[in-house]
Every structure is written in C-alpha cells, then in structure tokens.
Design a binder for this molecule. Structure first.
Ligand SMILES: Nc1nc2c(ncn2[C@@H]2O[C@H](COP(=O)(O)OP(=O)(O)O)[C@@H](O)[C@H]2O)c(=O)[nH]1
Ligand SMILES: [Mg+2]
Length: 290
C-alpha cells in the first residue's frame, strides 16, 4: 500500500512560516489517498483543534493525531465478525465487479473455514463465463471441497438452489456463493443478484447470512460508487477489500466506513490462499502510515 502522508517532516520545515500551507498540503495528500473531501475535513478539523489546544509543535505528533482520528473512525461500530447462524448451513453471497477478486476471495474464505474444521461447499453461480466455473473447480480440487455448478449460461438461481439443498442434505456448515460481475447493464446484474438473494431466503427462511461486496483497493474513488450501487440493491453486510499488497491507496476504507457506514470485514494481501485476514483498524492504520 502507498503511504498516506509523505514526508510530513519535510512539509513542516518547508512551510514553517505558513501553517495554512502545511495543512492544505496534508489535506491534498489525504484526498489523493482516496479519503473523501468531507471525511478529510472532519479528520483535520479535529486534529487541528487538538494540535492547537495541546500546543503541539512537532510534525510527528501531528501525524500521530491524524492516525488516532482515523482509528477512531474505523473502530466506530466495528463489526468484523462474520455472521454464522446456529443452524447450518450458513450462506454467504459474494458479489462485486469483474476482476475485483470475488472467486479468489471465495477460495480464501473456504480455506480459512476449512482450517477451522468447517465443512464448506462452493457454489458456482457465475454462469456467464466458462472460465469462472473452471477457476472455482480448480480451487475446489485444491482444497478438496464439494462444489455445485451447472452448464454455462444456466440460471444462477438454480445453481444456488441446488447448492443449498445439497448443503442441507450433506450437513455442510457454510455455502460460499461466487457470482458474476458483469452483465449488459448494472441494472441486469442487480436484478440477477436480487433473484439469487430471494432464492437463498426461500431456502433458509432468512436472508443470506453475509452479503459481502468485493472491492479492489486499487480502484480509488470509483470504489465508493460500487459500494453505493451494490448496497442500495442488496443491503450489504460487509466488504472484502482486496489487493492491499499492491500500490493501492488505503484511504478508501476510511471513506467507505465514514461516508457509507458499511464495515470492511476482511482484507486480502496476495494471491496465496492464506493471504486473507480479518480487518483490524489499528493494524490497517499502521499500514497506512508505514
Ligand atoms: N496481488 C493480489 N492479487 C489478487 C488479490 N486478490 C485477487 N487477486 C488477483 O486478481 C485477479 C482477479 O481475481 P478473481 O478472483 O478472478 O476476480 P473476480 O473476477 O472478481 O472473480 C486474479 O489474478 C487474482 O489472483 C490480492 O489480494 N492481491
Ligand atoms: Mg470470478
């Protein structure tokens, strides 16, 4: 990940005689790091207030103040736990735009649960590309897991129906549903996903236990639009933030949390199966500043 604020010491010295320029530069860097304008202003207002009232004259302590404001935001209603009901199977729906990392996140989740001793079933509801099913089959083989798939272009709702029925019959603990990310229009995609959601609630008499949107951390401010769009149609329970090992700007997490109130529950940091972890506000903020 890219460092959120570069060279705070240098800036401090450069703008020694003009405080305003120093703060302006910080603001610019934070916005460039994908923190929204409003949230950046909120953070810096608080930081300035504290810096003045405590008479802080040290750029490193100002950085610490920014860090603690960010942690504060990320820890509000922190809810990274995945919802696993008492009565199996738990059903997790994984959604998101193409290429964000849905299928690989399904595999990483599966690997995580398998290590916990859970019985996992993969559901290949991205029926729009043959390669998508093959990719999931490959993971199922690698992890030695059950998988339900149909033919290309078949109804994804039917795949989900069969998956949940099979899970019930075989005493599966968790069903992980991989979905398509692209269709002719986002309207079609949302309608398709809503249909899948209905199939799920029809089978388990409750909503899907998790509806997780996969967001590629390198997409920048567009990620905010994706969260808004999917959340409006599907009522997300959380977000999986992928590719944090790349040169992404982590500020988008703060925007999602503060502006949209959807919790980031998991992050991935590489292509290996164990490159997934629960989101940790303090660790993540450390990463933003290191
Ligand atoms: N470096 C890196 N690559 C990732 C990560 N997560 C996913 N990818 C890669 O992103 C690409 C798209 O992933 P995929 O799961 O097929 O996306 P999908 O289209 O949403 O199903 C693949 O090449 C993945 O290996 C990550 O955390 N770090
Ligand atoms: Mg996929």
């Amino acid at each position: 990940m890219q460092k959120l604020i570069r060279n705070i010491n240098y800036l401090w010295n450069k703008f020694k005689n003009d405080n305003r320029l120093f703060w302006d530069e910080l603001e610019e860097q934070m916005i460039a790091g994908d923190i929204s304008i409003d949230t950046t202003a909120m953070i810096l207002d608080e930081v300035k207030k504290n810096a003045y009232s405590e008479n802080i004259n040290d750029p490193e302590r100002i950085e610490t103040l920014i860090k603690s404001e960010i942690i504060k935001i990320l820890e509000i209603n922190k809810n990274t736990e995945l919802n696993i009901p008492h009565e199996p199977p738990a059903v997790f729906l994984i959604v998101g735009v193409n290429g964000t990392g849905k299928t690989s996140s399904v595999a990483k989740l599966a690997s995580m649960f398998k290590k916990d001793g859970k019985k996992v079933l993969l559901s290949a509801a991205d029926t729009y590309r043959a390669a998508a099913v093959e990719q999931l089959q490959h993971y199922a083989e690698k992890l030695n897991l059950d998988i339900v798939y149909h033919q290309k272009f078949s109804d994804p709702g039917a795949v989900v129906y069969d998956s949940i029925e099979k899970a019930k019959a075989k005493g599966i603990d968790i069903v992980l549903i991989d979905t398509a990310g692209r269709m002719q229009t986002s309207h079609n995609l949302m309608e398709e996903l809503k249909k899948i959601k209905k199939v799920i609630s029809g089978r388990i008499n409750r909503d899907a236990d998790e509806i997780l949107l996969v967001i590629d951390s390198t997409t920048g401010q567009n990620a905010k639009k994706q969260v808004e769009l999917f959340n409006k149609s599907l009522n997300l329970t959380g977000i999986i933030l992928t590719k944090t090992d790349s040169t992404s700007k982590g500020g988008i997490v703060i925007t999602i949390k503060n502006d949209l109130k959807v919790p980031v529950k998991l992050i991935t940091s590489g292509e290996k199966l164990d490159d997934m972890s629960y989101f940790d506000a303090v660790k993540f903020t450390d990463l933003l500043f290191s």
